[in-house]
Design a protein around this ligand. Structure first.
Ligand code: SF4
Length: 371
């Protein structure tokens, strides 16, 4: 295959096919991939600004019927340490978030069979009444599929009710790898590939901002990784032109510590730093219609996070005041606001604080203050 021809196609923002994407991922040198991805980053986000933000992850509940084999966080209903977060706990966590300068709550957690649509809608209404300026980035396609089934409602009806209650954006949680062969093994009780995509399609029609993710490095093939990217790109191509769609794409490697997938099935994470950089670069090359690529510094750490910014990424995500899901499986990287900015500067870029819609909210000269 002619690599130069494929690069020229990518640089014109033309869609690559599976063979072309796979060929680049498996055969190009890392330097070459980073060079092309960097040029594309400049087309999508010109300049040397790198986004970051402050938000807080609060888990609604750790009770989950799904029992995904890569998850260390979920508990059964009768477990001693099962919980549903109380409104008092939200208050103290949110007040701490505000004191640290954050204004977005990332609400995730298990699919607790005892919690239905009214629970989530009432919670969102209460939180918004207490903190009207706070942004809610909450749930994800698997929860929407679960609630639609439970309440016998359409995805559109579930999403509309959640938006009316205060949902500001929908995280791309639970994508893992968009291949039913893989999903049947790692998360058999969760949304299928088509269901995940269908929820996102509805969210895009409603103009609800969303993100796209990929959790790779377990049992998937290289081809399935590339197909995952193509599915996201093709869905994004269907969104109404003026709608948000997927604002960003965030890949992270499987964290294997203590997981059923590792202990029982013998599947260790295949993560390597250089492969992460290839993933970031190939994502930038294939995702010709998703403007932002975010490196998961929480899982890959400082050095690979910095290099990702030279491989097509233009964002390092959040300092994530509290995170319990990937950290339960071994992700131990933590950074405060000062460290995050110094990492970005050390990599040669200008840190720009942003909101959840990836809009910068600070002046480059005064990064912690809004303008
Ligand atoms: S990853 Fe999410 S859906 Fe899967 S078991 Fe854990 S909490 Fe449940």
């Amino acid at each position: 295959m002619d690599r130069e021809k494929i690069y020229n196609k990518a640089l014109k923002l033309l869609p690559l096919n599976l063979n072309e994407g796979l060929y680049l991922y498996e055969n190009s040198s890392l330097e070459e991939l980073m060079f092309i991805a960097n040029r594309l980053r400049q087309i999508h986000n010109h300049g040397n600004s790198v986004g970051w933000m402050i938000d807080r992850n609060v888990n609604l509940t750790n009770v989950c019927f799904s029992q995904c084999t890569f998850c260390n966080f979920c508990r059964k209903k009768n477990s001693e340490d099962a919980y549903v977060t109380s409104i008092e706990e939200y208050k103290s966590k949110i007040e701490e978030m505000y004191s640290l300068g954050g204004d977005q709550l990332l609400l995730q957690g298990g699919m607790n069979p005892e919690l239905g649509l009214n629970f989530y809608a009432d919670l969102f209404v209460n939180l918004k009444r207490l903190y009207p300026s706070m942004k809610l980035h909450a749930l994800g396609p698997p929860e929407v599929v679960y609630l639609a089934r439970k309440e016998k409602m359409s995805y559109n009806q579930i999403l509309t009710r959640l938006v009316e209650a205060g949902l500001d954006s929908l995280p791309g949680a639970g994508a893992e790898i968009l291949s039913d062969r893989v999903r049947k093994i790692v998360s058999p009780a969760k949304a299928t590939t088509e269901e995940w995509l269908e929820v996102m399609k509805e969210a895009h029609l409603l103009n609800l901002p969303t993100s796209a993710t990929m959790m790779y490095g377990h049992i998937e093939t290289h081809s399935e990784r590339i197909e995952h990217l193509l599915r996201l790109r093709d869905l994004q191509a269907l969104k109404p032109e003026s709608h948000y769609g997927f604002i960003t794409f965030i890949p992270w490697p499987f964290q294997d510590e203590g997981t059923v997938l590792k202990n029982r099935e013998g599947v260790s994470s295949s993560y390597s730093g250089t492969d992460y950089l290839r993933i970031i670069a190939v994502s930038r090359i294939i995702l010709n219609n998703i403007r932002n690529i975010q490196a998961s510094i929480l899982t890959v750490g400082r050095e690979i996070g910095m290099l990702s910014l030279h491989a097509g990424a233009n964002d390092l995500g959040s300092i994530m005041i509290e995170e319990n899901v990937v950290s339960a499986a071994g992700a131990t990287n933590r950074y405060n606001a000062e460290e995050m900015q110094s990492i970005i500067r050390e990599a040669g870029f200008v840190p720009r604080r942003r909101n959840q819609k990836y809009e910068f909210i600070n002046s480059p000269l005064n990064p912690l203050k809004g303008t």
